[in-house]
Design a protein around this ligand. Structure first.
Ligand code: HEC
Ligand code: HEC
Length: 159
């Protein structure tokens, strides 16, 4: 009886989706993911774009949002496979742009609807892709409201 209850509880816990404020790099990430995709910016959480989007990102690394992020084919494949394993399936996670941006999904816009427009262009922020400018613990995969790094955002939190 007790065991049955425990099993039922474990099943319930598994069916609850991971909290949206915790987006750590999945444990099966190849070392190349952090090394290559975390050298110019945060290694973005793979769950923030859909599989077709990640394929498009990984298909044109030589023209990567104005930069060149080319990889050898073995490493490119290894990272792509990892991203696809964890890609989002919901349409609200579909990116826009060429290559697609995870800062242009319906989900991202909604989560960030309270950010005042000029703040995205603020010298301390420099753009929506610079997650760590606002999320003080982004490097640790944590995006909780109380960890917001800019004073004006923290004030908002309290309101
Ligand atoms: C040589 C530097 C460099 C490397 C290496 C690099 N990127 Fe980028 N990446 C950039 C720049 C620059 C941008 C544009 C940032 C901006 O618009 O503020 C960007 C943007 C992105 C975006 C879009 C962010 C948004 O605005 O929504 C994604 C997704 C992305 N990179 C994924 C990756 C992945 C996956 C890898 C590893 C395969 C990678 N990047 C490696 C420089 C790099
Ligand atoms: C200009 C500042 C700013 C930037 C840059 C920014 N965010 Fe946010 N983010 C916020 C604010 C403000 C909220 C809303 C927090 C709240 O209401 O709890 C938020 C909310 C979130 C949430 C939801 C947290 C929750 O409590 O469910 C996630 C996840 C998130 N951001 C991820 C990102 C990622 C990933 C990036 C970079 C690609 C990013 N953010 C860039 C300010 C920013």
């Amino acid at each position: 009886m007790r065991n049955a209850l425990l099993i039922a509880c474990a099943g319930l816990a598994l069916s609850i989706p991971a909290r949206a404020d915790r987006l750590p790099v999945p444990a099966d990430a190849p070392p190349s993911f952090k090394a290559e995709c975390g050298s110019c910016h945060l290694p973005f959480p793979p769950a923030l774009l859909t599989a077709p989007d990640w394929k498009r990102v990984m298909a044109k690394l030589d023209r990567h949002y104005g930069d060149n992020a080319t990889l050898d084919e073995k490493t490119r494949r290894e990272i792509e496979d990892f991203l696809l394993r964890h890609a989002a399936t919901k349409s609200r996670m579909a990116g826009a742009g060429d290559p697609p941006r995870l800062t242009q999904t319906a989900w991202f816009r909604r989560e960030h609807r309270k950010v005042p427009d000029p703040l995205w262009r603020d010298a301390r922020v420099k753009g929506a892709a610079n997650c760590a400018a606002c999320h003080g613990r982004a490097e640790q995969g944590s995006f909780r409201g109380r960890e917001l790094a800019l004073p004006e955002l923290r004030k908002r939190e309290r309101d």
